[in-house]
Design a protein around this ligand. Structure first.
Ligand code: NAD
Ligand code: TYD
Length: 358
């Protein structure tokens, strides 16, 4: 086994690419990055690493058994971090099939291939190997205003095809630890934001639309609440769990930063008013438009991150105020990246999702 080699799946997506950059910046790691490059995966996110010999990019599908087994045999990783997923709730509503295929069948295939690889390792290597599965707080369902935040023991109650498929994969991970002893770790994180997020999710969509001076669509009345975490804080949490988390355990990760969607959108508008004022001095907030709600829209998510804080000493370094400022600045200074990812099929998704809501 190569003690510094990590197999990262989905490392060309939003969080995965941020994680790959973190891994390669902070220590001697070698990252084998397996990504299918779906609409959400973008090799541009990794362009700066093209000359880095410690980054090996492989285009492929986690649901392909022979390819995954061959990759494990060839690179002999000491850890696997599974980000690969279909990740957008609205897309899971209009087309759930891909979510079952990648999030359930793909995760199962990855676990099955990993178990076989792990069983064949020498005893000392088996003891240090880890399989870390990256999941979401959405598996816990929806909270009312007065409910306590999700803990690791909150019963699962997924409400969307996305969260149901992630819940299924979490259960498979749990079963592979319980039944076969595979040293797994699961992290359930709240909503992330930051560089390289595809502009179909709320924060980059609003920045992108505002700069084009088109409607900023808010589902329902805008009072749904999410607990926002800056992406580099999530990456640091995953590295902490990988290094010191106890096999078989689940760790909740959150920003302790609950905001209504309307608050988030108004904050973005006021930052843009300062950094990129509109001609005539109108506020970007005048573009806010309430549109038909998402079917089954979860009311509120909130994470209790006491376990990871107390066991591993992790806490977020960014506040929402500092993180959102950095994020808006990043999108302003990466217009070419945005242009690149919003050409092609992006326009037809916008029509599918928003055409019927107007
Ligand atoms: P993303 O959609 O930006 O990226 C997903 C990546 O996975 C893409 O690069 C895509 O090409 C790749 N991929 C998809 N299907 C694949 C397959 N079959 N084989 C190999 N690669 C495949 O997603 P993200 O926002 O970066 O989320 C990453 C992970 O974190 C997901 O598992 C998601 O459930 C979880 N998560 C996301 C958030 C969030 O706010 N974005 C919060 C908590 C947890
Ligand atoms: P999203 O970024 O899709 O993340 P998730 O659904 O996984 O939490 O959405 C965040 C919140 O923003 C969610 O409550 C839905 C809402 N939203 C809008 O109001 N308008 C939009 O155009 C989008 C994409 C999301």
């Amino acid at each position: 086994m190569n003690k510094h080699t990590i197999l990262v799946t989905g490392g060309a997506g939003f969080i995965g690419s941020n994680f790959v950059h973190h891994c390669l910046m902070e220590n001697d790691n070698v990252v084998v990055n397996l990504d299918k490059l779906t609409y959400a995966g973008n090799y541009d996110n990794l362009r700066q690493l093209s000359q880095n010999a410690n980054h090996i990019f492989v285009r492929g599908d986690i649901a392909d058994p022979s390819m995954v087994s061959a990759l494990l045999e060839e690179h002999q990783p000491a850890a696997i971090v599974n980000f690969a997923a279909e990740s957008h709730v609205d897309r899971s509503i209009t087309g759930p099939d891909d979510f079952i295929q990648t999030n359930v069948v793909g995760s199962f295939n990855l676990l099955a291939a990993t178990l076989k690889y792990w069983n064949d390792l020498p005893t000392a290597d088996r003891a240090i190997f880890r399989f870390l599965h990256v999941s979401t707080d959405e598996v816990y369902g929806s909270l009312n205003e007065a409910d306590p935040a999700f803990t690791e023991t909150t019963p699962y109650a997924p409400n969307s095809p996305y969260s149901a498929s992630k819940a299924a994969s979490d259960h498979l991970v749990r079963a592979y630890h319980h039944t076969y002893g595979l040293p797994t770790l699961t992290t359930n994180c709240s909503n992330n934001y930051g560089p390289y997020q595809f502009p179909e999710k709320l924060i980059p969509l609003v920045i992108h639309n505002a700069l084009k001076e088109v409607d900023l669509p808010i589902y329902g009345d805008g009072s749904n609440v999410r607990d926002w975490l800056y992406v580099s804080d999530h990456c640091r949490a995953i590295l902490a769990v990988l290094a010191s988390g106890r096999p078989g355990e689940v760790y909740n990760i959150g920003g302790n930063s609950e905001k209504t969607n309307l608050e988030v959108v108004r904050t973005i508008c006021s930052i843009l008013d300062q950094l990129a004022p509109r001609a005539g001095d109108a506020s970007y907030a005048s573009l806010i438009t309430f549109v038909a709600d998402r079917p089954g829209h979860d009311r509120r998510y909130a994470i209790d991150a006491s376990k990871i804080r107390m066991e591993l000493g992790w806490h977020p370094q960014e506040t929402f105020a500092s993180g959102i400022h950095k994020t808006v600045q990043w999108y302003l200074s990466h217009a070419a990246w945005v242009e690149n990812v919003t050409s092609g099929n992006y326009q037809s998704w916008i029509e599918t999702n928003y055409g019927a809501r107007r």
